[in-house]
Write a protein that binds this ligand. Structure first.
Ligand SMILES: [Zn+2]
Length: 102
């Protein structure tokens, strides 16, 4: 039987996997994708909230790491979005731009 892990340990594991994914991405993108997938599973299982900076840096469809890809600001229905297209599955991720914070 597998030992259950606490929330703190879950944070450590998720953080380690994220940093490993960012560091290995340029040499092995597939492995980075796997690490992000594992991190998401840990966060889902232990009900851990990810920081928004981490959440914005991967594709929610295929877990591809997007932090090295350029974001383009587009205007859709009079609202500004920072858009980035995933090279893995061509899903367009949109992040709303709040102009008060610029
Ligand atoms: Zn994708």
């Amino acid at each position: 039987m597998q030992k259950s892990i606490s929330g703190y340990e879950g944070y450590q594991r998720a953080n380690f996997l994220y940093q490993a994914a960012v560091n290995i991405f340029l040499t092995n993108p597939k492995l980075a994708q796997f690490y992000i997938h594992e991190m998401r599973q840990i966060c889902e299982k232990l009900v851990i909230r990810m920081s928004p900076q981490m959440k914005r840096n991967y594709c929610k469809k295929c877990s591809y790491l997007l932090c090295y890809h350029e974001k383009i600001v587009k205007e859709i229905r009079k609202k500004k979005y920072a858009c980035v297209e995933c090279p893995g599955c061509s899903y367009e991720k949109r992040i709303k731009v709040i102009e008060e914070y610029e």
